[in-house]
Ligand binder design. Structure first.
Ligand code: PGA
Length: 218
């Protein structure tokens, strides 16, 4: 089996108590499998708590949902790549919600990608379509998330996802992920395809049982 990635994007959901409950349940169900990598992306202020809980558990990594495009300095409220060194393994960059509500441009996204690399945090670039792909940046993880499919229950069928992938001309070192209304009934079609290296899961990752069922579909 090829390596499959399961990225839980919690967005602006959950407080400390809810994360505690999520972990209590999930860790009871979870059995590590060599070819499956779980990446949990909580709200940033919960990273250290999450880290303390999963430190000794194989194949669970920590991600953040965003980083600042500033490296460091007087930027009140910003969370920089530098400040996340040794706390986060992955960072989601260019999510369509960030592009839409926080006016993230291609220039800002490119800055974030280079800061992520500088501080050894692996970027997962989210693209809405082929125009968002940054072919020259040697990005190792790309997540295709069509806007109409995010949070709507209207996931994109596998054939269309693969059509989009083919337009990107990815190198063999880039892992292609899909996201948009993934749940425990539609996950299998993507996971059984050797074209798809994993899933970016929003809503369905908030429930530990549902998230566990998605991981267990293959
Ligand atoms: P969704 O979100 O699974 O709730 O559609 C996916 C995402 O936006 O990353």
């Amino acid at each position: 089996m090829m390596m499959k990635y399961f990225i839980a994007n919690w967005k602006a959901n959950k407080n400390l108590k809810e994360v505690e409950e999520w972990l209590n349940l999930f860790l009871k169900l979870y059995r590590p499998v060599k070819e499956k990598v779980i990446v949990i992306c909580p709200p940033a202020f919960l990273l250290t708590y999450l880290q303390s809980r999963i430190k000794l558990i194989p194949n669970i990594k920590i991600g953040v949902q965003n980083i600042s495009h500033f490296e460091e300095g007087p930027y009140t409220g910003e969370i920089t790549a530098k400040s996340l060194t040794s706390l986060a393994d992955f960072v989601i960059i260019g999510h369509s919600e960030r592009r839409k509500y926080f006016n993230e441009t291609k220039q800002i996204i490119e800055k974030k990608i280079s800061l992520a690399y500088k501080y050894q945090i692996e970027p997962i670039l989210c693209i809405r379509n082929e125009n968002d792909w940054l072919a020259d940046k040697k990005i190792r993880y790309v997540a295709y998330e069509p806007v109409y499919a995010i949070g709507t229950g209207n996931n994109e069928p596998l054939e269309k996802v693969i059509q989009l992938k083919n337009k990107l001309n990815l190198s063999l070192t880039t892992s292609f992920l899909y996201g948009g209304s993934v749940n425990d009934t539609n996950a299998k079609q993507y996971l059984s395809s050797n074209q798809i290296a994993g899933l970016l899961i929003g809503e369905a990752s908030l429930d530990p049982r549902m998230f566990y069922r998605i991981i267990s579909t293959i």
